[in-house]
Ligand binder design. Structure first.
Ligand code: ADP
Length: 604
């Protein structure tokens, strides 16, 4: 915004104020001087009149009847008036001019030629005066003085003086005064113009700097040139600029901090205004709801969100958050979301929009389910052997113990079930130790082939009972050194091998292989058993997951073996994979990192 020079500016106002002040002061002074001058001149005429009367006319008071002494009076008046500029008339109580410095007036009626009012006043004993303009156009001052003889008014003396010089002096003075005023006003305007610069220049500087500040340039510093109000204003301006600069940078820091938080926060954040336009959607929200750039640009909130969750339509969330924030959950594209929303308002408490916070609770829900399933599974796993033990012991207590044969077979079942429970508890404890990283690892360098051979030897007997052959394809002399907890890895291999035995029919072949691949020791256990469908393969590593529950339990399985195996292998930095075809067989592959190559060393 550019500032326009106008007659409204402070500079011209100051000039105008100076002008008016000087004009008013000079006018008042002029009027006062004029009237005083006029009063002075009139007063001097008046006192002149009084002096004349006192000096010359007092003798008139000796006459009882003035008319009787008309001639003498006339001679006296002519004599007196010779030295005077004023005209003089003596009027008796009948208003007849009995003597006058103007011979033409003698004997005539004073009422016609002189001022009636003052004559009447004079004859009533008062001094009176009147300024009039004669028919000839000459302004005159008339004054009457009563003549007394022993307390009785015998007539009046009327004096008349030309006062045109007074008026002339007046108009002359007025002219001089007007000229002086014009010069004074002109000087005032010029001086005012320059004096006002001392005020307007710093103000203009302030304005220009403020203008630049409004454009975002906060480097402006105003020079403080004086210690007066304007100097203080400049000081305050500089202080204000500093504070504003500081506050704005604080705000912008906060803003960028918030922007970063909003950008990188794991929860989705949406802000929608009252016109149902999305005014903010952070990357997490865009990702969670698979919102496209185009949708954000072109579509309204309801169009975008409505097709993802009807519960989040604008009208419904606005209604819900009337009494404070609200929350809900919804599922979209296989994920579960918890949503919290609330209105945000301006400083007048009017609604500006709604902030919506989205939280992906899919994992949490899964964990909740898993936890619930886990508790249900453990209870179930314990309940079955407990029921069996209970029923067998009850039967024994009810008298079956009389027969030693039955007693023995019953106690064998009870023993097996107790074994089963203790295995279950042992495995659960091991899982818990693995979960909480409390397992005591005894890792040292060992030959994986040797561990594999031991495991195979241990299960050979079991395989033999099913007439299964375990074929070792690896070179028994090969060395695959790895830093492992021998017992734990053996436990893993035993589990895999016993699974292969358990889930393969009699007379089948189980192949075991191991070799080095890059820096990994690869172990394969392949069976030709019942296999696992593709859908279930992904779940066999879950706790308690069993494809065929009854069969697994029958074989003494707990459904925890593979879960434990996976955790042990991963603790060693390795991987375990299971690939299978239903009714064709299963291959379990374990990859363990080989020990770093050091000097040839005998390991077993
Ligand atoms: P279990 O104690 O039941 O054997 P695991 O965790 O070792 O528990 O195995 C989980 C499930 O995976 C088993 O119940 C079984 O259904 C399936 N499974 C494991 N290994 C094999 C295999 N070699 N062939 C077929 N099914 C298998």
């Amino acid at each position: 915004m550019k500032f326009k020079k106008s007659w409204n500016s402070i500079r011209w106002r100051i000039v105008l104020i100076y002008f008016l002040l000087v004009f008013i002061a000079m006018t008042i002074t002029g009027v006062f001087i004029m009237s005083e001058l006029e009063a002075y001149q009139m007063e001097s005429i008046r006192s002149n009149f009084s002096k004349i009367v006192q000096e010359n006319i007092l003798s008139l008071q000796e006459y009882e009847n003035l008319l009787d002494y008309q001639d003498e009076l006339q001679i006296d008046i002519v004599a007196w008036s010779e030295s005077l500029r004023e005209e003089m008339f003596v009027v008796n109580s009948d208003f007849i001019i009995i003597a006058s410095s103007n011979l033409n007036y003698i004997g005539k009626s004073g009422l016609d030629l002189l001022e009636q009012n003052i004559l009447v006043q004079g004859l009533s004993g008062e001094k009176a005066e009147a300024d009039v303009i004669l028919p000839t156009g000459i302004p005159v001052k008339n004054m009457v003085f009563p003549i007394e003889y022993q307390g009785k008014i015998t007539g009046v003396v009327c004096l008349r003086a030309d006062i045109s010089s007074v008026y002339e002096t007046q108009s002359q003075s007025k002219l001089i005064f007007l000229q002086a005023m014009c010069v004074a006003l002109a000087v005032t305007v010029v001086l005012g113009f320059f004096i006002s610069r001392s005020i307007t220049v710093p103000i203009n500087e302030l304005r220009e700097k403020a203008e630049k500040m409004s454009e975002g340039d906060f480097s402006q510093v105003v020079s403080v040139k004086s210690d007066d109000e304007i100097g203080r204003l400049a000081e305050m301006f500089n202080l204000l600029r500093q504070k504003l600069d500081y506050t704005l940078s604080e705000i912008s820091n906060e803003k960028s901090k918030l922007e970063i938080i909003v950008k990188y926060m794991a929860d989705g954040l949406l802000a929608v205004d009252m016109n149902r336009h999305i005014i903010l959607a952070n990357p997490a929200a865009v990702h969670m709801l698979s919102i496209t750039e185009k949708e954000l640009r072109e579509k309204s909130y309801d169009e975008i969100i409505g097709k993802r969750s009807k519960a989040l339509l604008f009208d419904s969330i606005r209604e819900n958050c009337k009494n404070g924030g609200a929350h809900t959950t919804f599922d979209y594209s296989g994920l579960a979301f918890a949503v919290r929303y609330d209105r945000f308002r301006d400083e007048n408490d009017a609604d500006v929009g709604i902030i919506i916070l989205l939280q992906d609770i899919t994992e949490q829900q899964k964990l909740d389910h898993m936890q619930r399933d886990f508790v249900a599974n453990v209870s179930h796993e314990l309940k079955t052997p407990l029921t069996t033990i209970k029923s067998y012991t009850e039967t024994l207590l009810d008298g079956a113990s009389a027969d030693p044969e039955t007693t023995r077979s019953f106690l064998t079942v009870v023993d097996a079930e107790a074994d089963r429970m203790s295995r279950l508890v042992r495995e659960l404890l091991q899982l818990s130790r693995l979960d909480y990283k409390q397992e005591n690892w005894l890792k040292k360098e060992a030959n994986v082939i040797s561990v594999l051979k031991t495991a195979v030897t241990k299960v050979e007997m079991t395989a033999a009972t099913k007439k299964q052959e375990i074929k070792c394809l690896f070179d028994p002399k090969e060395k695959l050194p790895a830093v492992i907890d021998r017992d734990r890895i053996e436990q893993v291999l035993l589990n895999i091998l016993s699974n292969a035995i358990k889930y393969s029919p009699e007379n089948s072949l189980i192949e075991v292989d191991a070799y080095k691949e890059e820096n990994l020791a690869m172990i394969f256990v392949k069976d030709n058993g019942i296999g696992i469908s593709e859908k279930e393969q992904t779940r066999v590593f879950e706790r308690f997951y069993r494809v065929d529950k009854a069969r697994s339990r029958e074989m003494g399985g707990t459904g925890l073996g593979l879960a434990i195996a996976k955790q042990i292998v991963e603790e060693h930095g390795g991987t375990i994979l299971l690939s299978s075809s239903l009714n064709e067989g299963t291959t379990v592959t374990i990859a363990l990192p080989l020990a770093p190559m050091r000097g040839q060393k005998n390991i077993e």
